[in-house]
Design a protein around this ligand. Structure first.
Ligand SMILES: [Zn+2]
Length: 426
């Protein structure tokens, strides 16, 4: 249902029209349409079947915050209208890689393809690579991308025209990690659209988390078990391999995380320490898929996709270790409801080839999240409000409503949490 929120009486000088097509009150399929013309992100929500943004769009410009499926996944689907597309060069490469992977997965599952290979090629042709801090023109808006510290190439998007200015944080992390530095300081805008993933949740201090993770891996292997580390291909696999290298552990690395590492090598300026990433991957053993069975000969550490146990080589390893109580599955990120990882954590089983498999191996979750925690999110919004921001819009999270009420109650600003399909006229 379409709902309109009128805020003109608070913001008389500014005229902006926002349509929220996805990623509201949820994590997945982010898409925001500005003045019916500029699309910020166009993602999909991987589910069975996958979910897409609501409503049709015909934008002249598309700006993509980063190369995660839920932010860039269906941009190739817009190629019948061939808009101008803007993103960092890393995001462009990641989005191409993901688009091809999406087609492969859809074919394997017998699903309808969301786009064809010609669309992916058109997407590459129509995309402008924009580095951080370089101005660009998107349908009359002056745009600028800022380092969001979330994954390599991730950006917060700032837009301005004579009516006013808008900041979209995308997914953002203001902490320093092994792979990336923290998000840049962001300019203040009249309207700030802010992610809310970890509102209400504070992260464990990273140094303690790393030590607990390493101790647990060492205990597992010393006790005669395999340490299986499922990790997302983009960002997480590289971060985990760098942590292991720091503590002198040489893992086997399997799956798409290796392809992403090779892609990132082409963009050293988007990494905190490209030399260290290289060293970590040179020290690790890369797995030839034909030789996976050899890894089952004696206990070892294996970093592999998929991060939520939904497909990928991790299933091969689980078939071997799921009934071994000495072995351990060390999850390294948030597990979405309905995924194998969530079922394994909460109910002790997962599904493989249509069958439920009971797990007697140990399961642990390490929160190596690449999103700002509760206090950093609040600090970011406070900075915006102190600088003169007049409206905060909370998106991308399970409790965007809670975040918007916290903001309204604690800061002198209007804050809203739209649902998918809502429009805001300002
Ligand atoms: Zn993301």
């Amino acid at each position: 249902m379409m709902v309109s929120i009128h805020l003109w009486k608070y913001l008389e000088a500014i005229h902006i029209n926002l349509r929220f097509l996805g990623g509201c009150g949820e994590v997945g399929r982010s898409a925001i349409l500005l003045d019916d013309n500029v699309l910020l992100d166009y993602g999909m929500k991987p589910a069975e079947p996958p979910l897409y943004p609501v409503g049709g769009v015909r934008p002249d410009s598309v700006i993509v915050s980063h190369g995660h499926l839920d932010h860039c996944g269906v941009v190739p689907n817009l190629m019948d209208i061939k808009p101008d597309i803007f993103m960092t060069p890393v995001t462009k490469d990641l989005a191409s890689l993901l688009a091809r992977d999406t087609m492969k997965i859809a074919r394997a599952k017998g699903q309808v393809l969301p786009f064809m290979i010609e669309d992916v090629r058109d997407f590459e042709l129509h995309t402008y690579s924009i580095d951080y801090g370089t101005g660009f023109d998107a349908s009359g808006y002056e745009g600028m991308l800022y380092d969001a510290g979330h994954i390599p190439g991730s950006s917060s998007i700032y837009l301005e025209n004579k009516s006013g200015s808008l900041l979209y944080t995308g997914d953002i992390d203001t902490r320093d990690t092994n792979l990336l530095g923290p998000a840049e300081n962001l300019p203040v805008a009249d309207i700030a659209i802010v992610e809310s993933t970890y509102f209400g949740t504070e992260h464990t201090v990273r140094s303690k988390l790393e030590r607990d993770f390493i101790d647990s891996i060492k205990d597992t292997v010393e006790g005669g078990g395999w340490a299986i580390i499922p990790a997302f291909a983009i960002g997480r696999t590289q971060e985990v391999v760098m942590i292991l290298e720091k503590y002198g552990i040489r893992p086997y690395v399997d799956g798409m995380g290796v392809d992403v590492y090779k892609l990132l090598k082409k963009h050293p300026s988007y990494l905190k320490d490209p030399g260290r990433l290289d060293k970590a991957f040179k020290d690790a053993f890369r797995v030839d898929p034909r030789e996976r069975s050899r890894l089952m000969d004696e206990p070892c550490v294996i970093v592999t996709t998929a991060g939520m146990l939904n497909g990928g080589p991790v299933l091969y390893y689980l078939r071997h270790i799921h009934d071994d109580p000495r072995s351990k599955i060390l999850l390294t990120g948030y597990q979405v409801e309905g995924t194998n990882g969530r079922m394994a954590l909460e109910r002790g089983y997962y599904e493989d080839r249509g069958r439920s498999v009971q797990i007697s191996a140990q399961i642990e979750l390490y929160d190596f999240s690449a999103h700002s925690g509760d206090s950093s999110l609040k600090e970011l919004v406070t900075q915006q409000v102190d600088g003169g921001c007049q409206l905060v819009v909370c998106v991308h999270g399970d409790n965007t409503e809670g975040f918007a009420s916290w903001i309204s109650q604690n800061l002198e600003v209007n804050a809203v949490s739209p649902v998918n399909g809502d429009q805001i006229y300002i």
